[in-house]
Write a protein that binds this ligand. Sequence first.
Ligand code: FPP
Length: 253
Amino acid sequence: MKSNSRQDVILNSAALPSHVAIIMDGNGRWAKKKMMNRVKGHEQGSQIVRSVVTACRELGIDTLTLYAFSTENWERPKYEVTALMMLLKKFIVSEREDLLKNNIRLSIIGQKHKLPLDVQKEIDATMALTKDNNKLLLNLALSYGSREEITTAVKQIAQKIESKDLNLNDITQDLISEHLYTKAMPDPDLIIRTGGEYRLSNFLLWQAAYSEIYISDTLWPDFTKDEFIKILKNFQERDRRFGKVTCSTSNDG
Ligand code: FPP
């Protein structure tokens, strides 16, 4: 991933998104274009993950959420699922020291219990080791699906009502947010999807209510720091009205 320090300087750090979430799509097509196995695309994709984490830390972004494996991805061919799990484990082990050194905290959203035990063990170790870090929160969405997340939250709330720990009127938007995997973090300000498809694919559906969305045609293994900075600049030029009106316009949106 190329760096461009001149572009870094132009960014207005005060108006950076606090939480960036990325749908890292296009690994398979990247590999296909190069007549390689899809797994090669995921391997190259892992390298890009490394660079984006570094870029976020350097730029001062607080939270980076990466859609690394969805609830639907379990349906992929067994060899691809196994390869993705191995890559994840490798990443979590090999990055451990760097995360620690660079004050980055690792966290997970999704069905951690569905991951292979050895992967869970390494995640737990890295999460424990980095728990007090506060420069950047690196949040990996693993076996994550928004509909599963919301369904689980609804069940938990229903149980609390059944046991009389909650009343019907206690159900607010905040209460629902507090029962999601993302409870301890702000909603994403910016969601980037690489690979050119215009959909959210079951990613942060509740949390994306007022996220800015940027679709890039670049396949994830070709994503660069320059493009990341270009997207951040585009974000800074947007007028976020959250359904209200601003002085500059009377249009709702
Ligand atoms: C989508 O591309 C990508 C994934 C399902 C996996 C993403 C995984 C990585 C980037 C590497 C491992 C992650 C970490 C955090 C080390 P696709 O395979 O659907 O691409 P396609 O749409 O071109 O087929």
